[in-house]
Design a protein around this ligand. Structure first.
Ligand code: BGC
Length: 476
Protein backbone atom coordinates (compact mmCIF):
# COMPACT_ATOMS: atom_id res chain seq x y z
CA UNK A 1 0.00 0.00 0.00
CA UNK A 2 3.07 2.20 -0.31
CA UNK A 3 1.47 4.29 -3.05
CA UNK A 4 -1.74 5.04 -1.13
CA UNK A 5 -1.98 8.77 -0.32
CA UNK A 6 -1.70 9.82 3.30
CA UNK A 7 -5.33 10.79 3.84
CA UNK A 8 -6.61 7.47 2.52
CA UNK A 9 -4.01 5.66 4.61
CA UNK A 10 -5.32 7.44 7.68
CA UNK A 11 -8.85 6.39 6.85
CA UNK A 12 -7.71 2.78 6.46
CA UNK A 13 -6.05 2.98 9.86
CA UNK A 14 -9.19 4.35 11.42
CA UNK A 15 -11.21 1.49 9.95
CA UNK A 16 -8.63 -1.03 11.15
CA UNK A 17 -8.96 0.23 14.68
CA UNK A 18 -12.73 0.25 14.45
CA UNK A 19 -13.12 -3.30 13.13
CA UNK A 20 -10.23 -5.06 14.88
CA UNK A 21 -11.08 -7.46 17.70
CA UNK A 22 -7.91 -8.36 19.58
CA UNK A 23 -7.33 -11.47 21.68
CA UNK A 24 -8.20 -9.79 24.96
CA UNK A 25 -11.52 -8.60 23.57
CA UNK A 26 -12.30 -12.05 22.14
CA UNK A 27 -11.67 -13.52 25.56
CA UNK A 28 -13.87 -11.04 27.39
CA UNK A 29 -16.68 -11.56 24.86
CA UNK A 30 -16.39 -15.34 25.34
CA UNK A 31 -16.45 -15.03 29.10
CA UNK A 32 -19.65 -13.00 28.97
CA UNK A 33 -21.07 -15.43 26.39
CA UNK A 34 -20.61 -18.41 28.74
CA UNK A 35 -22.65 -16.62 31.41
CA UNK A 36 -25.34 -15.65 28.94
CA UNK A 37 -25.74 -19.25 27.75
CA UNK A 38 -26.44 -20.31 31.35
CA UNK A 39 -28.79 -17.37 31.85
CA UNK A 40 -30.79 -18.42 28.79
CA UNK A 41 -31.33 -21.84 30.39
CA UNK A 42 -32.48 -20.35 33.69
CA UNK A 43 -36.09 -19.81 34.73
CA UNK A 44 -35.81 -16.03 34.48
CA UNK A 45 -34.11 -16.29 31.07
CA UNK A 46 -31.82 -13.83 29.29
CA UNK A 47 -31.20 -12.43 25.81
CA UNK A 48 -30.14 -15.73 24.27
CA UNK A 49 -33.32 -17.84 24.05
CA UNK A 50 -31.62 -21.28 24.53
CA UNK A 51 -34.65 -23.14 23.19
CA UNK A 52 -35.09 -26.80 24.20
CA UNK A 53 -35.91 -28.69 21.00
CA UNK A 54 -37.13 -32.10 22.26
CA UNK A 55 -34.51 -33.78 20.13
CA UNK A 56 -33.35 -36.06 22.91
CA UNK A 57 -30.60 -38.29 21.53
CA UNK A 58 -27.66 -38.42 19.18
CA UNK A 59 -28.16 -40.85 16.30
CA UNK A 60 -26.49 -44.26 16.43
CA UNK A 61 -26.00 -44.51 12.67
CA UNK A 62 -28.57 -47.33 12.53
CA UNK A 63 -31.72 -45.23 12.11
CA UNK A 64 -33.89 -46.38 9.21
CA UNK A 65 -37.01 -45.30 7.33
CA UNK A 66 -38.30 -42.94 4.65
CA UNK A 67 -38.92 -39.32 5.52
CA UNK A 68 -39.77 -36.05 3.89
CA UNK A 69 -37.87 -32.94 4.87
CA UNK A 70 -38.88 -29.38 4.20
CA UNK A 71 -36.41 -26.55 4.63
CA UNK A 72 -37.72 -23.03 4.70
CA UNK A 73 -34.46 -21.17 4.32
CA UNK A 74 -33.91 -17.50 3.66
CA UNK A 75 -33.46 -17.76 -0.11
CA UNK A 76 -34.74 -21.17 -1.13
CA UNK A 77 -37.32 -23.66 -0.13
CA UNK A 78 -36.05 -27.20 -0.38
CA UNK A 79 -38.07 -30.41 -0.24
CA UNK A 80 -36.31 -33.75 0.10
CA UNK A 81 -37.19 -37.38 0.45
CA UNK A 82 -34.60 -39.22 2.48
CA UNK A 83 -34.24 -42.93 2.88
CA UNK A 84 -32.13 -43.87 5.88
CA UNK A 85 -30.86 -47.28 4.82
CA UNK A 86 -29.85 -50.38 6.80
CA UNK A 87 -26.17 -49.66 6.16
CA UNK A 88 -24.55 -47.73 9.01
CA UNK A 89 -24.71 -43.94 8.43
CA UNK A 90 -25.91 -44.37 4.83
CA UNK A 91 -28.82 -42.65 3.15
CA UNK A 92 -30.35 -41.91 -0.24
CA UNK A 93 -31.83 -38.53 -1.00
CA UNK A 94 -33.86 -36.91 -3.75
CA UNK A 95 -34.59 -33.24 -3.60
CA UNK A 96 -36.13 -30.24 -5.35
CA UNK A 97 -35.41 -26.60 -4.77
CA UNK A 98 -37.91 -23.79 -5.16
CA UNK A 99 -36.96 -20.14 -5.05
CA UNK A 100 -38.57 -18.19 -2.18
CA UNK A 101 -40.00 -15.12 -3.90
CA UNK A 102 -38.61 -11.98 -2.24
CA UNK A 103 -42.14 -10.52 -1.80
CA UNK A 104 -43.09 -13.49 0.37
CA UNK A 105 -40.73 -12.29 3.10
CA UNK A 106 -42.89 -9.27 3.79
CA UNK A 107 -46.20 -10.67 2.51
CA UNK A 108 -49.03 -12.23 4.47
CA UNK A 109 -48.99 -15.35 6.56
CA UNK A 110 -51.49 -17.09 4.23
CA UNK A 111 -49.31 -16.42 1.20
CA UNK A 112 -46.35 -17.98 2.98
CA UNK A 113 -48.12 -21.19 4.03
CA UNK A 114 -49.88 -21.60 0.70
CA UNK A 115 -46.60 -21.26 -1.15
CA UNK A 116 -45.00 -23.87 1.09
CA UNK A 117 -47.95 -26.24 0.72
CA UNK A 118 -47.88 -25.81 -3.09
CA UNK A 119 -44.21 -26.76 -3.24
CA UNK A 120 -44.78 -29.80 -1.05
CA UNK A 121 -47.75 -30.87 -3.12
CA UNK A 122 -45.75 -30.54 -6.34
CA UNK A 123 -42.92 -32.58 -4.85
CA UNK A 124 -45.12 -35.39 -3.53
CA UNK A 125 -47.13 -35.59 -6.76
CA UNK A 126 -44.08 -35.63 -8.97
CA UNK A 127 -42.46 -38.43 -6.97
CA UNK A 128 -45.48 -40.44 -5.86
CA UNK A 129 -48.24 -39.44 -8.29
CA UNK A 130 -51.71 -38.60 -7.04
CA UNK A 131 -52.55 -42.10 -5.77
CA UNK A 132 -53.71 -42.55 -2.18
CA UNK A 133 -50.61 -42.63 -0.04
CA UNK A 134 -50.12 -43.51 3.54
CA UNK A 135 -49.15 -40.27 5.27
CA UNK A 136 -45.42 -39.57 5.07
CA UNK A 137 -43.53 -38.37 8.14
CA UNK A 138 -42.09 -34.92 7.68
CA UNK A 139 -39.30 -33.05 9.44
CA UNK A 140 -39.86 -29.32 8.95
CA UNK A 141 -36.75 -27.16 9.26
CA UNK A 142 -38.04 -23.79 10.36
CA UNK A 143 -34.91 -21.77 11.05
CA UNK A 144 -36.21 -18.95 13.19
CA UNK A 145 -36.38 -18.71 16.97
CA UNK A 146 -39.34 -20.76 18.19
CA UNK A 147 -40.48 -21.77 21.66
CA UNK A 148 -41.13 -25.48 21.54
CA UNK A 149 -43.20 -26.93 24.34
CA UNK A 150 -43.31 -30.04 22.14
CA UNK A 151 -41.33 -31.25 19.15
CA UNK A 152 -44.42 -30.93 16.93
CA UNK A 153 -45.10 -27.37 18.02
CA UNK A 154 -43.25 -24.06 17.78
CA UNK A 155 -44.31 -20.54 18.69
CA UNK A 156 -42.35 -18.08 16.58
CA UNK A 157 -40.56 -15.73 18.99
CA UNK A 158 -39.66 -13.24 16.28
CA UNK A 159 -38.74 -13.19 12.63
CA UNK A 160 -35.04 -12.85 11.84
CA UNK A 161 -33.00 -12.59 8.62
CA UNK A 162 -35.08 -9.72 7.24
CA UNK A 163 -38.41 -11.63 7.31
CA UNK A 164 -41.38 -9.52 8.31
CA UNK A 165 -44.65 -11.40 7.87
CA UNK A 166 -47.59 -10.26 9.97
CA UNK A 167 -49.63 -12.62 12.09
CA UNK A 168 -47.01 -15.30 12.73
CA UNK A 169 -44.92 -13.97 15.63
CA UNK A 170 -46.33 -15.21 18.92
CA UNK A 171 -48.22 -18.06 17.23
CA UNK A 172 -47.67 -21.77 16.89
CA UNK A 173 -46.64 -22.25 13.25
CA UNK A 174 -47.53 -25.95 13.08
CA UNK A 175 -51.34 -25.57 12.80
CA UNK A 176 -50.87 -22.89 10.13
CA UNK A 177 -48.67 -25.25 8.16
CA UNK A 178 -51.01 -28.20 8.72
CA UNK A 179 -54.09 -26.24 7.64
CA UNK A 180 -52.47 -25.35 4.30
CA UNK A 181 -51.43 -28.97 3.78
CA UNK A 182 -54.88 -30.30 4.72
CA UNK A 183 -56.57 -27.89 2.30
CA UNK A 184 -54.67 -29.52 -0.54
CA UNK A 185 -54.95 -33.05 0.84
CA UNK A 186 -51.17 -33.53 0.76
CA UNK A 187 -50.51 -36.86 2.56
CA UNK A 188 -48.09 -35.61 5.18
CA UNK A 189 -47.91 -35.66 8.96
CA UNK A 190 -45.54 -33.34 10.74
CA UNK A 191 -43.29 -35.37 13.01
CA UNK A 192 -40.75 -32.77 14.07
CA UNK A 193 -40.26 -29.05 13.77
CA UNK A 194 -36.54 -28.42 13.83
CA UNK A 195 -33.99 -25.65 13.59
CA UNK A 196 -31.25 -25.82 10.94
CA UNK A 197 -28.56 -25.85 13.65
CA UNK A 198 -30.10 -28.85 15.44
CA UNK A 199 -30.36 -30.61 12.08
CA UNK A 200 -26.73 -29.81 11.41
CA UNK A 201 -25.67 -31.13 14.81
CA UNK A 202 -27.57 -34.40 14.39
CA UNK A 203 -26.64 -34.95 10.72
CA UNK A 204 -22.97 -34.36 11.52
CA UNK A 205 -23.03 -36.65 14.54
CA UNK A 206 -24.55 -39.38 12.31
CA UNK A 207 -21.24 -39.79 10.52
CA UNK A 208 -18.80 -38.48 13.15
CA UNK A 209 -19.32 -39.22 16.83
CA UNK A 210 -16.90 -36.46 17.84
CA UNK A 211 -19.40 -33.83 16.63
CA UNK A 212 -20.77 -31.95 19.64
CA UNK A 213 -21.89 -28.58 18.25
CA UNK A 214 -23.80 -27.68 15.07
CA UNK A 215 -23.43 -24.17 13.63
CA UNK A 216 -24.84 -22.18 10.77
CA UNK A 217 -22.86 -19.29 9.34
CA UNK A 218 -25.09 -18.27 6.45
CA UNK A 219 -27.75 -15.62 5.90
CA UNK A 220 -28.22 -15.90 9.67
CA UNK A 221 -25.96 -17.31 12.33
CA UNK A 222 -26.65 -19.67 15.21
CA UNK A 223 -25.64 -22.90 16.98
CA UNK A 224 -27.08 -25.93 18.73
CA UNK A 225 -25.54 -28.42 21.16
CA UNK A 226 -26.62 -31.23 23.43
CA UNK A 227 -27.31 -30.25 27.07
CA UNK A 228 -28.28 -32.46 30.02
CA UNK A 229 -31.83 -31.89 31.25
CA UNK A 230 -30.41 -31.48 34.77
CA UNK A 231 -28.62 -28.32 33.57
CA UNK A 232 -31.79 -26.73 32.18
CA UNK A 233 -33.50 -25.09 35.17
CA UNK A 234 -36.34 -23.82 33.01
CA UNK A 235 -37.35 -27.45 32.33
CA UNK A 236 -37.11 -28.55 35.98
CA UNK A 237 -40.92 -28.68 36.28
CA UNK A 238 -40.97 -31.49 33.70
CA UNK A 239 -39.06 -33.81 36.06
CA UNK A 240 -36.97 -35.29 33.26
CA UNK A 241 -34.07 -37.51 34.35
CA UNK A 242 -31.10 -35.12 34.89
CA UNK A 243 -28.73 -37.03 32.61
CA UNK A 244 -31.20 -37.19 29.69
CA UNK A 245 -29.83 -35.29 26.69
CA UNK A 246 -31.75 -32.39 25.15
CA UNK A 247 -30.59 -30.53 22.06
CA UNK A 248 -30.63 -26.79 22.69
CA UNK A 249 -31.13 -24.36 19.84
CA UNK A 250 -29.18 -21.45 21.33
CA UNK A 251 -30.37 -18.70 19.00
CA UNK A 252 -27.09 -17.04 19.81
CA UNK A 253 -27.75 -14.34 17.21
CA UNK A 254 -29.44 -12.53 20.11
CA UNK A 255 -26.24 -12.51 22.19
CA UNK A 256 -25.53 -9.08 23.67
CA UNK A 257 -28.76 -7.44 22.58
CA UNK A 258 -28.15 -5.21 25.60
CA UNK A 259 -24.80 -4.06 24.07
CA UNK A 260 -22.50 -4.83 26.96
CA UNK A 261 -19.47 -6.33 25.21
CA UNK A 262 -19.65 -6.40 21.44
CA UNK A 263 -17.49 -3.73 19.78
CA UNK A 264 -20.21 -2.12 17.70
CA UNK A 265 -19.27 0.54 15.16
CA UNK A 266 -21.56 3.39 14.05
CA UNK A 267 -22.27 1.26 10.95
CA UNK A 268 -23.54 -1.64 13.07
CA UNK A 269 -25.86 0.79 14.80
CA UNK A 270 -27.32 1.95 11.47
CA UNK A 271 -27.83 -1.66 10.31
CA UNK A 272 -29.78 -2.37 13.47
CA UNK A 273 -31.81 0.81 13.41
CA UNK A 274 -32.88 0.33 9.78
CA UNK A 275 -33.71 -3.37 10.14
CA UNK A 276 -37.27 -4.67 10.50
CA UNK A 277 -36.47 -5.71 14.12
CA UNK A 278 -34.26 -3.05 15.77
CA UNK A 279 -32.73 -4.12 19.07
CA UNK A 280 -32.76 -7.80 18.10
CA UNK A 281 -29.99 -10.16 16.88
CA UNK A 282 -27.05 -7.91 17.86
CA UNK A 283 -24.46 -10.68 17.42
CA UNK A 284 -25.99 -11.98 14.19
CA UNK A 285 -26.00 -8.51 12.66
CA UNK A 286 -22.19 -8.34 13.00
CA UNK A 287 -21.55 -11.80 11.54
CA UNK A 288 -24.21 -13.15 9.23
CA UNK A 289 -24.13 -13.09 5.45
CA UNK A 290 -27.23 -10.95 5.20
CA UNK A 291 -25.39 -8.02 6.79
CA UNK A 292 -21.75 -8.21 5.64
CA UNK A 293 -22.30 -6.54 2.27
CA UNK A 294 -24.52 -3.91 3.84
CA UNK A 295 -21.87 -3.00 6.41
CA UNK A 296 -19.33 -2.61 3.62
CA UNK A 297 -21.72 -0.42 1.63
CA UNK A 298 -22.49 1.82 4.61
CA UNK A 299 -18.79 2.46 5.21
CA UNK A 300 -18.14 3.35 1.58
CA UNK A 301 -21.10 5.74 1.39
CA UNK A 302 -19.94 7.39 4.61
CA UNK A 303 -16.40 7.81 3.24
CA UNK A 304 -17.78 9.37 0.09
CA UNK A 305 -20.16 11.76 1.82
CA UNK A 306 -18.64 12.70 5.11
CA UNK A 307 -14.97 12.09 5.39
CA UNK A 308 -12.08 14.29 4.32
CA UNK A 309 -10.96 11.68 1.81
CA UNK A 310 -14.02 11.89 -0.51
CA UNK A 311 -13.58 8.58 -2.21
CA UNK A 312 -15.21 8.24 -5.64
CA UNK A 313 -15.09 12.04 -5.85
CA UNK A 314 -17.31 13.57 -8.50
CA UNK A 315 -18.92 10.24 -9.38
CA UNK A 316 -22.54 9.28 -9.25
CA UNK A 317 -22.86 6.73 -6.45
CA UNK A 318 -26.66 6.33 -6.62
CA UNK A 319 -26.43 2.59 -7.12
CA UNK A 320 -24.23 2.26 -4.04
CA UNK A 321 -26.76 4.24 -2.05
CA UNK A 322 -29.39 1.52 -2.38
CA UNK A 323 -29.65 -0.45 0.87
CA UNK A 324 -28.80 -4.15 0.69
CA UNK A 325 -27.61 -3.82 -2.88
CA UNK A 326 -24.40 -5.73 -2.11
CA UNK A 327 -24.55 -9.22 -0.66
CA UNK A 328 -21.77 -11.16 0.98
CA UNK A 329 -20.82 -12.79 -2.33
CA UNK A 330 -19.76 -9.33 -3.54
CA UNK A 331 -17.44 -9.06 -0.57
CA UNK A 332 -16.17 -12.60 -1.26
CA UNK A 333 -15.27 -11.58 -4.80
CA UNK A 334 -13.35 -8.54 -3.55
CA UNK A 335 -11.40 -10.72 -1.13
CA UNK A 336 -10.75 -13.29 -3.84
CA UNK A 337 -9.35 -10.87 -6.42
CA UNK A 338 -6.03 -12.55 -7.26
CA UNK A 339 -4.45 -9.60 -9.02
CA UNK A 340 -1.94 -7.21 -7.51
CA UNK A 341 -3.62 -4.25 -9.22
CA UNK A 342 -7.07 -5.42 -7.99
CA UNK A 343 -8.40 -5.25 -11.52
CA UNK A 344 -11.25 -7.70 -10.80
CA UNK A 345 -12.44 -5.50 -7.96
CA UNK A 346 -12.20 -2.49 -10.28
CA UNK A 347 -14.37 -4.33 -12.85
CA UNK A 348 -16.89 -5.29 -10.17
CA UNK A 349 -17.30 -1.70 -9.05
CA UNK A 350 -17.63 -0.49 -12.59
CA UNK A 351 -20.07 -3.18 -13.74
CA UNK A 352 -22.27 -3.48 -10.70
CA UNK A 353 -22.17 0.07 -9.34
CA UNK A 354 -21.04 2.25 -12.25
CA UNK A 355 -18.13 3.52 -10.14
CA UNK A 356 -14.59 3.88 -11.42
CA UNK A 357 -12.27 3.39 -8.46
CA UNK A 358 -8.65 4.56 -8.43
CA UNK A 359 -5.95 2.13 -7.45
CA UNK A 360 -5.71 3.63 -3.97
CA UNK A 361 -9.46 3.41 -3.52
CA UNK A 362 -9.29 -0.23 -4.56
CA UNK A 363 -6.67 -0.82 -1.88
CA UNK A 364 -9.01 0.67 0.69
CA UNK A 365 -11.92 -1.40 -0.62
CA UNK A 366 -9.94 -4.61 -0.34
CA UNK A 367 -8.76 -3.82 3.18
CA UNK A 368 -12.30 -2.96 4.23
CA UNK A 369 -13.61 -6.29 2.93
CA UNK A 370 -10.84 -8.10 4.85
CA UNK A 371 -11.68 -6.22 8.02
CA UNK A 372 -15.40 -7.00 7.84
CA UNK A 373 -14.82 -10.66 6.93
CA UNK A 374 -12.18 -11.10 9.62
CA UNK A 375 -14.27 -9.50 12.33
CA UNK A 376 -17.20 -11.79 11.47
CA UNK A 377 -15.06 -14.93 11.62
CA UNK A 378 -13.34 -13.93 14.86
CA UNK A 379 -16.56 -12.98 16.64
CA UNK A 380 -18.26 -16.19 15.57
CA UNK A 381 -15.53 -18.22 17.27
CA UNK A 382 -16.46 -16.61 20.60
CA UNK A 383 -19.77 -18.47 20.43
CA UNK A 384 -18.10 -21.79 19.69
CA UNK A 385 -15.55 -21.26 22.47
CA UNK A 386 -18.35 -20.33 24.88
CA UNK A 387 -20.33 -23.53 24.27
CA UNK A 388 -17.18 -25.66 24.49
CA UNK A 389 -16.22 -23.92 27.75
CA UNK A 390 -19.70 -24.30 29.22
CA UNK A 391 -19.70 -28.00 28.43
CA UNK A 392 -16.07 -28.55 29.42
CA UNK A 393 -15.21 -29.88 25.94
CA UNK A 394 -11.44 -29.72 25.57
CA UNK A 395 -11.55 -31.57 22.28
CA UNK A 396 -14.42 -32.08 19.86
CA UNK A 397 -15.62 -31.48 16.34
CA UNK A 398 -18.03 -28.71 15.40
CA UNK A 399 -20.15 -29.16 12.26
CA UNK A 400 -20.70 -25.93 10.38
CA UNK A 401 -22.80 -25.11 7.34
CA UNK A 402 -24.07 -22.03 5.54
CA UNK A 403 -22.94 -19.83 2.68
CA UNK A 404 -20.50 -17.76 4.71
CA UNK A 405 -18.77 -20.80 6.18
CA UNK A 406 -18.66 -22.65 2.85
CA UNK A 407 -17.96 -19.83 0.44
CA UNK A 408 -16.51 -16.79 2.16
CA UNK A 409 -12.73 -16.77 1.61
CA UNK A 410 -10.55 -17.43 4.68
CA UNK A 411 -13.56 -17.57 7.02
CA UNK A 412 -12.53 -21.02 8.32
CA UNK A 413 -8.86 -20.14 8.86
CA UNK A 414 -9.70 -16.84 10.53
CA UNK A 415 -12.22 -18.55 12.80
CA UNK A 416 -9.73 -21.29 13.70
CA UNK A 417 -7.06 -18.70 14.48
CA UNK A 418 -9.44 -16.85 16.81
CA UNK A 419 -10.39 -20.07 18.59
CA UNK A 420 -6.68 -20.76 19.14
CA UNK A 421 -6.25 -17.30 20.69
CA UNK A 422 -9.32 -17.58 22.92
CA UNK A 423 -8.53 -21.04 24.21
CA UNK A 424 -4.74 -20.49 24.47
CA UNK A 425 -3.68 -23.52 22.44
CA UNK A 426 0.02 -24.11 21.88
CA UNK A 427 1.15 -23.64 18.27
CA UNK A 428 0.65 -26.67 16.00
CA UNK A 429 3.69 -28.90 15.53
CA UNK A 430 2.87 -29.45 11.87
CA UNK A 431 0.15 -28.48 9.44
CA UNK A 432 -1.46 -31.95 9.58
CA UNK A 433 -2.05 -31.82 13.31
CA UNK A 434 -5.71 -31.27 14.23
CA UNK A 435 -6.72 -28.44 16.52
CA UNK A 436 -8.26 -29.67 19.79
CA UNK A 437 -11.57 -28.20 18.62
CA UNK A 438 -12.02 -28.30 14.85
CA UNK A 439 -14.82 -26.54 13.00
CA UNK A 440 -15.55 -28.77 10.00
CA UNK A 441 -17.96 -28.75 7.08
CA UNK A 442 -21.21 -30.34 8.28
CA UNK A 443 -23.50 -32.93 6.76
CA UNK A 444 -26.79 -31.71 5.32
CA UNK A 445 -28.73 -30.69 8.42
CA UNK A 446 -32.04 -29.60 6.97
CA UNK A 447 -32.34 -32.73 4.81
CA UNK A 448 -30.68 -35.70 6.49
CA UNK A 449 -30.68 -33.98 9.88
CA UNK A 450 -34.44 -33.38 9.74
CA UNK A 451 -35.03 -37.02 8.68
CA UNK A 452 -32.85 -38.30 11.50
CA UNK A 453 -34.62 -36.19 14.11
CA UNK A 454 -37.97 -37.47 12.82
CA UNK A 455 -36.62 -41.06 13.01
CA UNK A 456 -35.22 -40.56 16.51
CA UNK A 457 -38.54 -39.13 17.66
CA UNK A 458 -40.57 -42.02 16.21
CA UNK A 459 -38.17 -44.42 17.90
CA UNK A 460 -38.42 -42.87 21.35
CA UNK A 461 -42.22 -42.61 21.14
CA UNK A 462 -42.31 -46.33 20.27
CA UNK A 463 -40.21 -46.96 23.36
CA UNK A 464 -42.74 -45.05 25.44
CA UNK A 465 -40.88 -41.74 25.90
CA UNK A 466 -43.70 -39.28 25.27
CA UNK A 467 -41.88 -36.21 26.63
CA UNK A 468 -42.46 -33.19 24.40
CA UNK A 469 -45.00 -34.87 22.09
CA UNK A 470 -48.20 -32.93 21.42
CA UNK A 471 -49.93 -35.17 18.86
CA UNK A 472 -49.18 -38.82 19.71
CA UNK A 473 -51.60 -39.91 16.95
CA UNK A 474 -49.05 -38.71 14.37
CA UNK A 475 -46.44 -41.11 15.68
CA UNK A 476 -48.28 -44.40 15.05
C1 BGC B 1 -32.31 -17.78 13.09
C2 BGC B 1 -31.90 -19.14 13.56
C3 BGC B 1 -31.14 -19.85 12.48
C4 BGC B 1 -30.02 -19.00 11.94
C5 BGC B 1 -29.29 -19.67 10.79
C6 BGC B 1 -31.12 -17.01 12.54
O1 BGC B 1 -31.53 -15.79 12.02
O2 BGC B 1 -32.90 -17.04 14.14
O3 BGC B 1 -33.03 -19.90 13.94
O4 BGC B 1 -30.64 -21.05 12.99
O5 BGC B 1 -30.53 -17.76 11.50
O6 BGC B 1 -30.14 -19.96 9.74
Amino acid sequence: MADVPKDLMQEIKRLEEMFAVDTAKLKSITEHFVKELAKGLSVEGGSIPMNPTWCMAFPTGYETGTFLALDMGGTNLRVCEIILTDEKSEFDIIQSKYRMPEELKSGTSDELWEYIADCLQQFVESHHGTKDLEKLNLGFTFSYPATQDYIDHGVLQRWTKGFDIDGVEGHNVVPMFEAAIAKRGVPIKLTALINDTTGTLIASAYTDTKMKIGCIFGTGCNAAYMENCGSIPKLAHMNLPPDTPMAINCEWGAFDNEHKVLPRTPYDIIIDKDSPRPGQQAFEKMIAGLYLGELFRLVLVDLHDNKEVHIFEGQNIDKLRKAYTLDSSFLSMVEEDPFENLSETGDLFQNKLGIIATHSELELIRRLAELIGTRAARLSSCGVAAIATKKGYETCHVGADGSVFNKYPHFKQRGAQALREILDWAPKKNSKEEDPIEILAAEDGSGVGAALIAALTLKRVKEGNMAGILHPENFK
